[in-house]
Design a protein around this ligand. Sequence first.
Ligand SMILES: CC(C)(COP(=O)(O)OP(=O)(O)OC[C@H]1O[C@@H](n2cnc3c(N)ncnc32)[C@H](O)[C@@H]1OP(=O)(O)O)[C@@H](O)C(=O)NCCC(=O)NCCS
Length: 257
Amino acid sequence: MQEVTAKIMPRDDRQFIGKVHSEVDKRTGVRLVTCEFDAAGYQPELYAELGIAMPEAIVGSVPKRQAEFLAGRYAAALALQHLAPVRNQDVQVGIGEQRNPLWPSGVVGSISHVGSVAVCAVSRRMDKDYLGIDVEVLIPTRVCREIAAIVATRQERELLSVEGLSERVALTLIFSAKESLFKALYPSVRDYFGFEVAEAVELRLADHTLVLRLVERFANKHNLPRDYQCQFTLGEHWIQSVTCGQFPHRANLKAID
Ligand SMILES: CC(C)(COP(=O)(O)OP(=O)(O)OC[C@H]1O[C@@H](n2cnc3c(N)ncnc32)[C@H](O)[C@@H]1OP(=O)(O)O)[C@@H](O)C(=O)NCCC(=O)NCCS
């Protein structure tokens, strides 16, 4: 575990980047960087100060979006430094055709932000073929009831409730795990796919693992394995999911690199 001192110093009376935490996740082996940020302390000049280019797509967006994008890319820059400190010094993580981050050659990674926290996970491509991260604040019970049928089948929800998880935790976990799977697989499939494409089939609470299974038709279409292990962390008010691994048929992939 390692605390990193944030590069940016206070501007006016507010500091944009707060506490930064960087570690190699013991369960997955990926580098995880978590960055607290204060959107109220955001100013466009911070992009230059933090060494992050503001892409065209972000220039016209509202300050809140500019702030979360900056925090996510700052977390990514710190994470990349750990992989190859010299080579990745001035690397910018671009924006792909479906908002997917564009990583330097030889790297897989993923970004998520929620509230005042941005997280980034990266790994060398030689170690992982796919990597997705997602952080969600626990979904309020009322919203759970509205979106439950879109996110998961009754069977999936029952699987988690049998293990004693509350309705909110169960649905937020399935939601977050599936979003992490989407981010992990998007670079390989390059197509949007919805929550019905994967099913939660096994929950191993002892090692914080949720197994997601792709429907056969989708897996066959993209020449993908069907099962994926999502490692999750349950916070008091949030859930973080990381889905990563290697494909058994690495050579046949059309992944972006
Ligand atoms: C794209 C999506 C996953 C983003 O999740 P979110 O909870 O809204 O937001 P998060 O903060 O967690 O993640 C946003 C980050 O995801 C990344 N992202 C966005 N689209 C992506 C894609 N197509 N592929 C990979 N990563 C993507 C980006 O880095 C983005 O941050 P940035 O724009 O600042 O770079 C979500 O909006 C979505 O469309 N979900 C439906 C698809 C899905 O989850 N299907 C389930 C399949 S089983």
